[in-house]
Design a protein around this ligand. Structure first.
Ligand SMILES: Nc1nc2c(ncn2[C@@H]2O[C@H](COP(=O)(O)OP(=O)(O)O)[C@@H](O)[C@H]2O)c(=O)[nH]1
Ligand SMILES: [Mg+2]
Length: 194
């Protein structure tokens, strides 16, 4: 897969309004500030994708993007706001879990984890969801430019407990080609099978 063009399509409150034309969908999941918007922009040939997500902590919107490779990106709401009450956090995780289990066109997920914090409980529980879901997923270990080589290797090892890891940087572009390859494979599974 060469470079992608990515365009914002719409924000969906909950599961209603999600695309139903059968095209594959890839979920992007991660804590707020993990570098999700930056990564999506980087995948869009480094150009800013119009529109970034809204009101942290109070809404449960899934932002849907179309891509030039005929799959959708589903940008799930960030989780793990420090200030969010426990009740809200649980509700949130449950809601994302529901999407991951039930969403038919979902072909795989990218879990973004900050390379400087490779074993936060919130990320571990999200990784557990993905593991149990049985669909392909990858850990994108973000902001890899922020760590020296040795520290990054250590972080990759720790995050490796959660699943396969690709260290990425939206600043220096490392890992982006590997991510394109993963996306190509994950979204091709369907065309081969049905
Ligand atoms: N050094 C570095 N900073 C990054 C990288 N990706 C994101 N950031 C910074 O991290 C902050 C949060 O990024 P953003 O993409 O908005 O995160 P989001 O909340 O997950 O969408 C911003 O200040 C970005 O400039 C990266 O790969 N390297
Ligand atoms: Mg964002």
């Amino acid at each position: 897969m060469a470079k992608l063009q990515i365009q914002f399509l719409k924000s969906c409150p909950g599961k209603t309004g999600l695309p139903d034309d059968g095209l594959p969908e890839i979920a992007f999941i991660g804590r707020s500030n993990v570098g999700k918007s930056s990564l999506i922009n980087k995948l869009n040939n480094g150009r800013k994708v119009a529109r970034t997500s809204s009101r942290p902590g109070c809404t449960q919107y899934i932002n849907i993007y179309t891509t030039s490779r005929n799959f959708y990106i589903a940008d799930l709401p960030g989780y793990g706001y420090a200030k969010a009450p426990e009740r809200l956090r649980k509700q949130w995780i449950g809601w994302i879990g529901g999407y991951l289990r039930e969403r038919q066109p979902l072909r795989g997920s990218i879990l973004l984890v900050d390379c400087r914090h490779p074993n936060l409980e919130k990320d571990l529980s999200m990784a557990r969801f993905l593991m149990e879901g049985g669909k392909p997923y990858i850990i994108a270990l973000t902001k890899s430019d922020k760590l020296k080589r040795g520290k990054l290797a250590q972080s990759v090892r720790i995050a490796g407990e959660m699943g396969p890891v690709i260290p990425v940087s939206s600043v220096d572009g490392s890992g982006i080609n590997e991510l394109y390859k993963w996306l190509a494979t994950a979204t091709a599974i369907q065309s081969a099978g049905s």
